[in-house]
Design a protein around this ligand. Structure first.
Ligand SMILES: [Cu+2]
Length: 234
């Protein structure tokens, strides 16, 4: 058991190093304008009564006329993204969350996917109950062979900020899912809540290799505004 855990941790650290390197070696680029979680009154949690806030994101498989892509200045990157059909989180990857609060996020997922390299990342971690609701069904993990993206918040390795780690895998659409009028299939809605700590600057990224280049961690995976961004806890 201990050996298996070490193996899983070793692979996870490897994935984070590769993803981190891809982000670091790439030009950081412009971050899209930040979006702020909406206050939603109070919530009772196992840490007592806390402020509650909500945030909605969508994941689109490619820019289109109905979804033009990340709100970053038009550049070579955005032209390549459109021509290669890069997936992206919308409306922004720059997220601002209230400190010491319950945050409920909903992700509307429109993209296909496949097998994730590290099945540990197909488990829900760091949310309330280590669970998320997938199209109305509460689960603690999804099929590692049917992942589209992940939403993974973590801190900088050298950081002295409070520990903050959230991983929510997002399942893939069927290749046969019919498109609706907006050119995308009916979304799979994923909802989860987590509790923020003290103020700090964090980052998040997708841990499913949905890009191109080295082990599919290039392209949208290494360009901010698509599959990674910032989490500012204020
Ligand atoms: Cu992704």
């Amino acid at each position: 058991m201990k050996r298996a855990l070490f193996a899983v941790l070793t692979v996870l650290i490897g994935v984070l190093v590769v993803a981190g390197t891809a982000v670091a070696v790439h030009s950081r680029g412009t971050e899209p304008p930040s979006i702020t979680a909406t206050p939603a009154g109070k919530a009772t949690t196992d840490q007592g009564e806390l402020n509650h806030a909500t945030l909605e994101l969508s994941i689109f498989p490619n820019p289109s006329s109905s979804q033009p892509g990340p709100d970053i200045p038009a550049s070579e990157t955005t032209i390549v993204a459109a021509s290669q059909g890069w997936p992206f989180y919308s409306p922004s990857t720059s997220l601002q969350l209230p400190a010491h609060s319950l945050v409920t996020m909903t992700i509307h997922q429109y993209d296909t996917g496949g097998q994730i390299y590290n099945p540990w990342l197909a488990k829900v971690t760091g949310t309330v109950g280590n669970k998320a609701t997938y199209a109305g069904k509460e689960l603690s993990e999804i099929d590692p062979n049917n992942v589209a993206h992940t939403f993974t918040i973590h801190q900088f390795p050298q950081s002295t900020q409070p520990y903050f780690f959230v991983n929510v895998p997002v399942p893939a659409q069927s290749d046969k899912a019919p498109n609706e009028a907006n050119g995308y299939p009916k979304p799979i809605d994923v909802t989860f809540s987590f509790i923020t700590g003290a103020a700090g600057e964090y980052v998040w990224n997708c841990e499913f290799p949905c890009g191109n280049g080295y082990v599919e961690f290039g392209g949208p995976m290494s360009q901010r505004g698509f599959m990674s961004g910032t989490v500012t806890v204020v």
